[in-house]
Design a protein around this ligand. Structure first.
Ligand SMILES: Cc1ncc(COP(=O)(O)O)c(C=O)c1O
Length: 381
């Protein structure tokens, strides 16, 4: 399959940074250009069509994660979804939240903010030598009868380490613990089924593997939990019949829309909706297979260099399309800058370099990038 028309960036750059921000596919760029022209010519005259796009976007997110459309809220980012969970549950002093110790800041700052209510966070070193072979067990062992929430990223942002969500979800269900998943590093890279994983809350922005814009996110709340999670923002749009402004009684929306306070980010939704359409047309199984193949090609080619340490998770199921490497010569900062000058766009994370290819890239280009990275390390001192 040739996706070069959809991703003109792939002819100019070795784009290995989908775990940060992805290039938009051409369908998204076209949709946004049409939207911009329409706005310039007629403002909100076609508002009904905007609402159609918004509804379709919710439906596409729902299809992507095997949810019902009513369970979806369109928010502004992952952090907002996590904050809704932190601020919307009723906590009791002495409650605790269990989470990995290597989470992206948003996924511990939200829980730390509950300290003033007597809620503690228990961080588990899931990648320590003692736990790396069974990090799920380490998380489960850290839970007790006062654990209200288990909060994890499906895939860790620094190195792509992946957790077994169905195992964690089943444990949470069995022990009456709520299960929150930050899915920003998995949606659009690998399939994710909220029902099979028994997820209560899922938050993810569109700008990484979903190939969408920044500032447009999906928030899923399991229907049986919705009554427990009170909205912590207020506005006209989260109520039933929102356009009926002149009334005294306002009934909160029965659906996930109860978390959408005011006017939507229609521009962002236009871009995200088009990108979701593309991913669903290709099919998430196909997307996942190709993304994982590209990552594995990269891992294999880089591992051949004696000057590069490739950090590989011990079990196959813990790997994702994120490849973390460390140069044994020079340092990560120097390597990052050298690669950028040569048109290889990746990310520096900690003392290493994070490479994140996606499904649409051709294997020859991936191998070419790998060779350039090996040569760049050779040049470092
Ligand atoms: C795992 C993870 N969670 C959350 C975020 C931040 O998400 P947002 O900016 O959508 O709040 C990132 C961004 O890198 C991330 O990697």
């Amino acid at each position: 399959m040739d996706f070069s028309k959809q991703f003109p960036s792939s002819q100019q750059l070795h784009y290995l940074n989908h775990a940060a921000i992805s290039p938009w596919p051409q369908v998204s760029a076209d949709a946004v250009m049409r939207f911009a022209e329409e706005n310039a010519l007629q403002g909100g005259l076609a508002y009904d069509r905007w609402v159609e796009t918004e509804n379709r976007c919710r439906q596409r997110y729902a299809r992507l994660i095997n949810a019902n459309t009513e369970d979806i809220a369109l928010l502004k980012n992952t952090s907002e979804g996590l904050s809704f969970v932190a601020n919307g549950l009723s906590w009791h002093s002495g409650d605790n939240i269990v989470l990995p110790d290597c989470e992206f800041p948003s996924n511990w700052l939200a829980w730390d903010a509950l300290r003033s209510q007597g809620v503690s966070s228990r961080r588990v070193a899931i990648q320590s030598p003692a736990h790396i072979d069974n990090p799920e067990q380490a998380l489960m062992d850290a839970c007790d009868e006062r654990t209200r929430l288990l909060a994890v990223s499906a895939i860790q942002y620094r190195d792509g380490f992946r957790l077994d969500l169905p195992v964690l979800g089943q444990f949470c269900r069995d022990h009456d613990i709520l299960f929150s998943v930050d899915a920003i590093q998995q949606l659009g890279m690998l399939p994710l089924d909220v029902q099979a994983c028994q997820i209560d809350f899922l938050s993810a922005d569109a700008h990484k593997w979903l190939l969408g814009p920044e500032g447009q996110a999906v928030f899923y709340v399991a229907p049986e939990i919705r009554q427990q999670l009170q909205p912590s923002q207020y506005g006209w749009k989260q109520y039933e019949d929102p356009f009926n402004f002149d009334r005294d009684v306002w009934q909160p929306s029965a659906s996930g829309k109860r978390y959408e306070s005011g006017s939507p980010n229609t521009l962002g939704i236009t871009a995200a909706d088009a990108a979701l359409g593309l991913l669903l047309d290709v099919g998430m199984d196909q997307v996942a297979e190709r993304a994982m193949r590209n990552a594995s090609l990269l891992r294999g080619a880089l591992a051949e260099s004696a000057l590069i340490n490739v950090k590989t998770a011990p079990l196959q199921r813990q790997q994702s399309a994120i490849v973390k490497i460390r140069p044994t010569r020079g340092n990560a900062d120097q390597l990052y800058r050298t690669l950028l000058k040569q048109g290889i766009f990746c990310a520096q994370r900690g003392d290493g370099i994070r490479l994140s290819p996606h499904f649409y890239q051709q294997s020859e280009r991936i191998l070419q990038a790998a060779e350039m990275i090996c040569n760049a390390v050779l040049d470092c001192r």
